[in-house]
Design a protein around this ligand. Structure first.
Ligand code: NDP
Ligand SMILES: O=C1O[C@H](COP(=O)(O)O)[C@@H](O)[C@H](O)[C@H]1O
Length: 465
């Protein structure tokens, strides 16, 4: 049976910047066979020719490394339907354009998942269909529950793919290898040896024309509720029996169940929004001056949250999650800080405890340790044992699309995880909405809201081990 790929939200930023380039790669490698139909759906009054022109431009901008002939082969296969996907008749008409088992990808603003799945449940899907839902999975926990019910009415859980592309990033996959394929880390991977964990996703990008989605999401829903909590889950989970769809999501779900939201949201969270500034020499307007932003929504572009994982392994260890837009420096990393040694046999020395940095961009791992220096043999000096990984053959989105086209849900978020993640952030969203935590302003290009510096930068430029 042939497969078709249907993107609902086929003119959006995600489709143009990440999905089309990934599809072009997969088409080239044969994962996406020539028999597969490719259909994009959005409300724009375009025809197939106009859509192909748009797609050609997106591919030139975001997949320039692929030969033009490769990009053109994908473009030549694209079909477009100008339809409202929340309308069952429109959706039925759009789906009737493809044959075979459809993979229906909801590349839509999160507020549209419910009306779209409701329409899809009315239209129905053929045997063998799959549904892919982007993040954040709904608007809150109640909405996520409804989404899960709608999905389960349509399909078995094995045919549902809740996307979190951070799970397909190389360093995140490397955390599994590092922890579970080596003897040295796991014995110290617990509260007895780890003092704190920082999970950071600082971006230099601003809104990038995405107000339609972002202004109703904000940094907490856009990054913390999903990507950063998934990183926390991968770092903190118990060893899975096997790295597969039955074990990995279940072990992550255990961690998320154990995460305790902060009792004092005011003390444990920071909420910020950028004002006008300069990022890497580029003038950035204030968030509130961006097209489509409604300042009355008080949407945050910076979110920070500290939680604990209340289980045997992690009791008492703070996990600080932080993400912001239009910051001065881009940084994506997981930083594991170890406790000091129980007794230091070096008189007068006050070394920093060990730090393990797992960098997602670029993909690199660095262990900062204290060694006897090159000068006085009994003095301590900070050294960095570092490894930088060559890029994966496939970028994260292409890897995810390959897995979902194969029907492997190992890197998917389970229904339980999706709902638990909302449970964790909901008290924070409620406190923020009630104005209990001030919305602090920070200039674009700065380090974030004043008084909340990022975790210390690496000890010194990395050298390859
Ligand atoms: N952009 C990114 O970097 C990333 C985005 N994501 C996720 O992807 C999803 C989409 O984000 P993004 O692409 O940025 O959002 P955009 O606002 O850029 O795109 C939304 C798309 O949905 C379409 N759409 C909206 N309403 C309807 C409707 N009723 N019927 C049919 N089509 C509709 C829009 O077209 P039109 O309005 O013309 O109908 C457009 O094609 C979000 O869930 C986001 O979290 C995930 C990772 C990265
Ligand atoms: O999901 C999202 O992720 C991107 C950051 O992902 P990256 O792979 O480019 O690091 C973020 O910019 C966007 O706001 C968010 O929707």
């Amino acid at each position: 049976m042939s497969r078709s790929f249907v993107v609902l939200g086929g003119t959006g930023d995600l489709t143009g910047r990440l999905l089309l380039p990934s599809l072009a790669r997969l088409h080239e490698t044969g994962v996406l066979g020539d028999e597969s139909g490719l259909l994009a759906v959005a409300r724009d009054e375009w025809d197939r020719r106009a859509y192909r022109e748009w797609a050609r431009g997106r591919l030139a901008a975001h997949a320039g490394e692929l030969p033009e002939a490769t990009r053109d082969r994908l473009v030549g296969r694209l079909d477009f339907a100008a339809r409202d996907v929340t309308d069952p008749d429109d959706l039925r008409a759009a789906l009737s354009r493809v044959d075979g088992e459809p993979v229906v990808y909801l590349a839509l603003p999160h507020t549209l998942f419910r009306p779209t799945l409701t329409a899809l449940a009315e239209v129905g899907l053929p045997e063998g269909a799959r549904v892919v839902v982007e993040k954040p999975f709904g608007t809150d926990r109640a909405d996520a529950r409804v989404l899960n019910e709608l999905l389960h009415r349509l399909l078995p859980e094995e045919a549902v793919f809740r996307v979190d592309h951070f799970l397909a990033k190389q360093t995140v996959l490397d955390v599994l290898g590092l922890r579970f394929a080596n003897r040295v880390f796991e014995p110290v991977w617990n509260a007895a040896h780890v003092e704190r964990v920082d999970i950071v996703a600082d971006e230099t990008l601003g809104l990038e024309g995405r107000a339609g989605y972002y202004d109703r999401a904000g940094a907490l829903r856009d990054m913390v509720q999903n990507h950063l909590l998934q990183l926390l889950a991968v770092v903190a989970m118990e060893p899975p029996l096997t790295v597969d769809a039955s074990s990995l999501p279940a072990r992550k779900a255990d961690v998320l169940r154990a995460v305790r939201p902060p009792a004092d949201v005011r003390a444990a969270s920071v909420r910020g929004r950028y004002t006008a500034g300069t990022v890497a020499g580029r003038a950035v307007p204030a968030y509130t001056d961006e097209d489509g932003v409604d300042p009355a929504r008080q949407t945050e572009t910076y979110a920070e949250l500290t939680v604990t994982v209340d289980n045997w392994r992690w009791a008492g260890v703070p996990f600080r999650l932080r993400s912001g837009k239009a910051l001065g420096a881009a940084r994506q990393e997981i930083v594991v800080r170890f406790r000091p040694v129980p007794h230091l046999p070096f008189l007068d020395a006050e070394p920093e405890p060990d730090v393990l940095r797992l960098s997602l961009s670029p993909d690199a791992i660095a262990l900062e340790v204290d060694l006897n220096g090159t000068g006085d043999p009994f003095d301590l000096e900070r050294e960095v044992l570092a490894a930088r990984m060559a890029p994966h053959d496939l970028p994260a989105y292409a890897l995810l699309l390959r897995e979902l086209l194969d029907g492997d849900t190992t890197p998917s978020i389970s229904d339980v995880e999706a709902e638990e993640s909302w449970r964790i952030v909901e008290p924070v969203l409620a406190a923020w909405a009630a104005g209990e935590v001030p919305l602090r302003e920070y200039p674009a290009g700065s380090g974030g809201p004043a008084g909340h510096p990022p975790p210390p930068a690496p000890a010194r430029p990395e050298t390859s081990a």
